[in-house]
Design a protein around this ligand. Structure first.
Ligand code: ZN
Length: 116
């Protein structure tokens, strides 16, 4: 699916309304799949290595956050973002690259990649 820039701006705005306290820029395209299942587990671990190509491993203390399912079965994108909004600390940032670009999932560990 591709979007024009107006579509993208609208999705971005809607995401900001839903998650006004987002600690980083969520992927606006996920506005279209908020109720899709991200992970089929009652909980998951977000692992963030806290390195970036721009700063290398200057402060590589990784963090991990447990996020919980709201229905006891699986974690949807909406659930995922709501948990991040609650549990993600601003101090996790190592640089100004805070646009979520990629989510990778292995077992029930979620890794996030950021860009600008
Ligand atoms: Zn960076």
């Amino acid at each position: 699916m591709s979007f024009n820039s107006d579509d993208y701006d609208n999705m971005f705005e809607e995401m900001n309304k839903l998650f006004p306290n987002a600690p980083f820029s969520y992927d606006a395209e996920h506005f279209n799949c908020l109720d899709d299942v991200l992970i089929e587990e009652p909980y998951a671990l977000i692992y963030h290595h806290r390195t970036c190509y721009c700063v290398g491993d200057k402060d590589p203390t990784p963090i991990s956050i447990v996020i919980n399912s709201y229905n006891g079965k699986n974690i949807t994108y909406r659930n995922f973002y709501a948990e991040i909004e609650k549990k993600w600390d601003k101090d996790y940032e190592v640089c100004n690259h805070h646009f979520l670009e990629f989510i990778s999932i292995k077992n029930n560990i979620i890794e996030l990649e950021f860009g600008s």
